[in-house]
Design a protein around this ligand. Structure first.
Ligand SMILES: Nc1ncnc2c1ncn2[C@@H]1O[C@H](COP(=O)(O)OP(=O)(O)OP(=O)(O)O)[C@@H](O)[C@H]1O
Length: 511
C-alpha cells in the first residue's frame, strides 16, 4: 500500500507538527476567547491580548502599562493563577468573580519544552472563556449562586458557634442553644414590632407555635428567639428541616431507632430529635413538607407526649415544646388532603405571621446597616455605605427571597464595588453583573376586584360561589380556632354556630 501524498504545507517531522499545532491552538484560543494573558514564572503579567484589554477599565486601569509588568494578584482580584504556577496543574473551567464581573475562566501552565511535557513550569496562560456567564451559562451560575449562599450560611453558623464556644470556654461549639434573640430581629416598622410582640407572648406560653411566612423572612430566627426567651431557654434547641431529610429517614430522625431496627442501622441504635430536645424546644422547619404517613405519628407523639423509636415496640416519654414553621399555605394543603387537619389544629395554637420584607420596607435601611456590618466583618473590609438613591432602589424591589436575598445583594456590593459609597447607578450595575439584577421591582398596586377577576379567573372572583363561600368559611373557622387556641366550644360561640356544626365542618371541610 502506498503512503498518502503528504501535504507540502505541513512540517515533515513530528516536532514540527506539534509546534505548529501549539501555535495555531494558541491563536485560536486568543481569537475565540474573550481575553487572554500570560504570566511568567514569578507571577508577573508579561502579555495581554486585545480582547483582554477591554476588561482593564472595569479592573480599575486606564492603560495597559498599569497592568502588564505587575504581579497577577495585584491587578486581578481573587485570581487563582498563582496556584497553577505552584502546582503545575491546569484548571480547565472555573468561575472567577471580582469587581469586573463574573467570568468563566481556564488556567493552563506553561512548561519548558521537554519531550514528555514534564518540563518545569515557566509561566501560565489565563483565558477568559465567557464573560457575562449569567446569561450564557445561566443554569450553572444559578446553581453556583445557590451553593455559594448555602456555604456562606454554613460558615456564618460555624463562626457564631465557634465564638459562642469560645465565650463558654468549650470546644466544638454548642449547636443546641438559641442562636438568636429578639434583638437579632432587626426592624422597628409596625409590622416588625407586631410580629415581635406576638413572638414574645408566645415565649411566655407552653403551647405549640406555628410560624408562617415566605422564605427568608426570619422564621427560624424567631424560633430561636422564642426558645431563648422561654422558660426552657436553658434546655436544648433542636431543629429539623423536614424538607431536607429524605422521607424514608424522617421517622428515624424524629423518633430514633432501636438497635438493629433495620438493615444498615447502627447496631447501638440512636435517639431521635424528639429525645434530643427533651427539656427544650423542637423546631420543625418546613412542616408543610411532612409526608402524610408520618403526620399521624407526629400527631400521636404531640398528643401523648410519647414516642416509639423505630423497631423498639416501646413508648418513651419526651418533654419538648414544638415550634413549627412553613412557607406553604397549610389550610390549602389541608383542603387538598395533603396535610392532616387534626395535626394542623394541633400545631396552629399560636400562629404567627412573619411579614415579607416588602411589607416592611421602612426597615430596609436598618437591615442594610446591620447586614452590611455582618458581611464586612467576614470579609474584613469596611461596610459599604449605600447612598439614599441606592436605598430607595432597594426599597422598591419585590424581594422574593426576603432578608436572605437582601443579604446576598449586600454581599455582591461588598465584593464588587470599589467605592466606599454606592449610589443607585453603581448598585444597578452591580446587581446586573451579579446576575441578581432581576430582583423584581415592586409589584404594581393591588388590582381592582374587576381586574383581578379578569386576570386570574382561577383564583379570582369568577369561580363557583359555593367554592368561594366554603373558602371564606374555612378561613373564618381557622381564625376562630387560632384565636381560641383550639377550644372548639369557644370558637363555635365566636362564630355564632353550634358546637355540632363546628365539629361537622372540621370533620368534613367540604360539608
Ligand atoms: N429581621 C431580621 N433581622 C436580621 N436578620 C434577619 C431578620 N430576618 C431574617 N434575618 C436573617 O435572614 C436569614 C434568613 O432568615 P431565616 O432562616 O430565619 O428565614 P426563614 O423564614 O426561616 O427562611 P426559610 O423558610 O427559607 O427557612 C438568616 O440569616 C437570618 O439571620
Amino acid at each position: 500500500m502506498s503512503a498518502a501524498p503528504s501535504d507540502p504545507t505541513l512540517p515533515q517531522d513530528a516536532q514540527g507538527i506539534l509546534a505548529l499545532a501549539a501555535r495555531s491552538m494558541f491563536q485560536l484560543f486568543s481569537s475565540i476567547s474573550q481575553g487572554m494573558f500570560l504570566i511568567d514564572r514569578s507571577g508577573r503579567i508579561v502579555w495581554v491580548n486585545e480582547g483582554y484589554r477591554r476588561f482593564l477599565p472595569a479592573l480599575g486601569f486606564d492603560s495597559v502599562d498599569q497592568f502588564v509588568g505587575h504581579m497577577v494578584e495585584e491587578v486581578i482580584p481573587n485570581t487563582q493563577m498563582r496556584r497553577v504556577l505552584e502546582t503545575g496543574e491546569p484548571v480547565l473551567v472555573d468561575l472567577l468573580t471580582n469587581k469586573a464581573g463574573t467570568f468563566v475562566v481556564s488556567r493552563l501552565p506553561l512548561r519548558e519544552e521537554h519531550d514528555d511535557g514534564t518540563g518545569p513550569v515557566i509561566g501560565a496562560i489565563g483565558i477568559v472563556l465567557f464573560d457575562h456567564p449569567q446569561t450564557t451559562l445561566q443554569p450553572l451560575v444559578a446553581k453556583f449562586a445557590l451553593l455559594q449562599r448555602d456555604l456562606d450560611e454554613a460558615r456564618r453558623e460555624l463562626a457564631s458557634q465557634a465564638s459562642r464556644a469560645a465565650r463558654n470556654g468549650l470546644e466544638g461549639g454548642l449547636p443546641r442553644q438559641a442562636k438568636y434573640s429578639f434583638a437579632s430581629f432587626i426592624g422597628s416598622s409596625p409590622a416588625a414590632v407586631e410580629v415581635k410582640r406576638h413572638a414574645r407572648r408566645a415565649a411566655q406560653s407552653t403551647s405549640p407555635v406555628l410560624l408562617l411566612g415566605e422564605t427568608g423572612t426570619g422564621k427560624e430566627l424567631l424560633a430561636h428567639a422564642i426558645h431563648g426567651a422561654s422558660a426552657r431557654a436553658a434546655g436544648p434547641f433542636v431543629s429539623v428541616n423536614i424538607a431536607a431529610v429524605p422521607d424514608t429517614l424522617l421517622e428515624a430522625e424524629f423518633f430514633g431507632f432501636a438497635p438493629g431496627a433495620f438493615t444498615g442501622a447502627d447496631r447501638r441504635g440512636r435517639e431521635g430529635k424528639f429525645k434530643f430536645a427533651d427539656g427544650g424546644t423542637l423546631f420543625l422547619d418546613e412542616i408543610g413538607d411532612m409526608p402524610l404517613s408520618l403526620q399521624a405519628k407526629l400527631l400521636r407523639a404531640l398528643q401523648e407526649g410519647e414516642i416509639e423509636p423505630l423497631g423498639s415496640n416501646r413508648l418513651v416519654a419526651f418533654d419538648a415544646r414544638v415550634i413549627a414553621a412553613t412557607s406553604r399555605d397549610l389550610p390549602a394543603l389541608v383542603a387538598q388532603g395533603r396535610f392532616r387537619e387534626d395535626l394542623y389544629y394541633r400545631l396552629n395554637v399560636l400562629p404567627i405571621r412573619v411579614p415579607p420584607l416588602r411589607a416592611r420596607r421602612g426597615d430596609i435601611p436598618a437591615l442594610v446597616e446591620a447586614l452590611g456590618d455582618e458581611v464586612a466583618q467576614r470579609t474584613g473590609d469596611a461596610p459599604p455605605e449605600l447612598l439614599p438613591d441606592a436605598l430607595a432602589l432597594l426599597a422598591g424591589q419585590y424581594w422574593r427571597g426576603n432578608i436572605r436575598e437582601l443579604r446576598n445583594v449586600l454581599e455582591q456590593v461588598a465584593m464588587r464595588s470599589d467605592a466606599q459609597r454606592v449610589d443607585a447607578a453603581q448598585l444597578t450595575r452591580i446587581l446586573r453583573e451579579a446576575g441578581v439584577g432581576e430582583v423584581a421591582p415592586a409589584a404594581a398596586p393591588e388590582p381592582s376586584p374587576a381586574q383581578a377577576a379578569a386576570e386570574a379567573p382561577g383564583s379570582g372572583l369568577l369561580r363557583p360561589l359555593a367554592e368561594q363561600v366554603a373558602q371564606l368559611e374555612r378561613r373564618a373557622i381557622d381564625a376562630a380556632m387560632a384565636h381560641t387556641a383550639g377550644n372548639k366550644l369557644k370558637a363555635a360561640r365566636l362564630l355564632g354556630i353550634s358546637r355540632a356544626t363546628l365539629y361537622g365542618r372540621l370533620e368534613n371541610p367540604e360539608h
